[in-house]
Design a protein around this ligand. Structure first.
Ligand SMILES: NC(=O)c1ccc[n+]([C@@H]2O[C@H](COP(=O)([O-])OP(=O)(O)OC[C@H]3O[C@@H](n4cnc5c(N)ncnc54)[C@H](OP(=O)(O)O)[C@@H]3O)[C@@H](O)[C@H]2O)c1
Length: 270
């Protein structure tokens, strides 16, 4: 590391970003966080906020909210990456989701900038059950989601953050794409059963249709368009195409990923 390096963690207050930021800080890597709640403020939807966060940046951990596969994401991510490269950043580690056509467009848009790029294609996050959209349902003891028999290799975000930090700070990862998943395939019902066992409480899982989820999200106040996009995304990634294990954790860290059971025990055991 040279003296003038600065790593921008885009989405640095989010589930993956804050883990990446913590690890980089522990390694002594200078960082700046970028989100709507940081100073300087960064907003994907307000291009006037882009230049201040990019000032002096040499490397970027790049996430997009709500999802790199959403309509319009590729254009914004590509434009931001272009600005970053023009401003002097060389290294980009981009987080996307596995099996998403929209995310592949985002990957191509960043690759087109000529940056020294590494792509992390992640599976469904284990922490969606503990820190995000499913936590309220877990706490209420009833989890409903549009996934029935499909099996998913849920990834623990501590593994994903370890992979991101290794690829950002160690040589040998430029031009690589890693499939970052957990070590086993589980149905959503099996995952919820692991969480129930860890908590010692009854937590039931009910598969629902995409339409039911969409109706629930709009009733809860989400814009209809956003709810529809989200449900389409889940239908795409949970149609069986991602029911395989990826070896990104092993390739980058030379170790096995954490099991869902370990995630559940460390996260939910009282
Ligand atoms: N969830 C999954 O299972 C899954 C699976 C595979 C890949 N992914 C990828 O994970 C990425 C999301 O990462 P994450 O889960 O770590 O994020 P997250 O927990 O959803 O947090 C979102 C981050 O982005 C910021 N943010 C939200 N809206 C913003 C806006 N309009 N402008 C600027 N910043 C904004 C948030 O902070 P503020 O609210 O303060 O702005 C926060 O720092 C996506 O690219 C998605 O493709 C997710």
């Amino acid at each position: 590391m040279t003296q003038n390096e600065l790593t921008l963690v885009v989405g640095g207050t989010g589930k993956t970003g804050r883990r990446v930021a913590q690890r980089l800080t522990e390694r002594g890597v200078p960082i700046r966080l970028a989100a709507r709640s940081t100073e300087p403020r960064f907003d994907w939807d307000d291009e006037s906020t882009w230049a201040p966060v990019l000032d002096g940046v040499t490397s970027i951990y790049l996430t997009y909210a709500p999802d790199a596969g959403f309509p319009g994401a590729a254009e914004l991510i590509g434009a931001f990456a272009r600005r970053a490269v023009d401003a002097g950043a060389r290294r980009i580690v981009l987080l996307t989701g596995r099996g998403e056509a929209g995310a592949e467009r985002s990957e191509a848009a960043v690759a087109a900038t000529g940056a020294d790029l590494t792509i992390l294609r992640a599976s469904f996050f284990a922490q969606n059950f503990s820190e995000d959209m499913l936590i309220d349902q877990v706490l209420a003891g009833q989890v409903a989601f549009p996934a029935d028999q499909v099996r998913e290799p849920f990834v623990d975000l501590d593994d994903l953050a370890d992979v991101a930090v290794a690829t950002l700070t160690e040589p040998g990862h430029i031009g690589r794409t890693y499939d970052v998943t957990g070590p086993e395939l589980l149905t959503f019902a099996e995952a919820v059963a692991e969480i129930a066992a860890a908590t010692g409480k009854d937590i039931h899982y009910h598969p629902i249709s995409g339409q039911e989820m969409q109706a629930g999200l709009t009733e809860a106040g989400l814009p209809a368009d956003f709810a529809a996009r989200l449900v389409e995304l889940f239908a795409e990634v949970l149609d069986g195409r991602n029911a395989t294990l990826g070896d990104g954790v092993h390739q980058v860290l030379n170790r096995t990923p954490r099991t869902f059971s370990t995630f559940a025990k460390t996260t939910f055991t009282p």
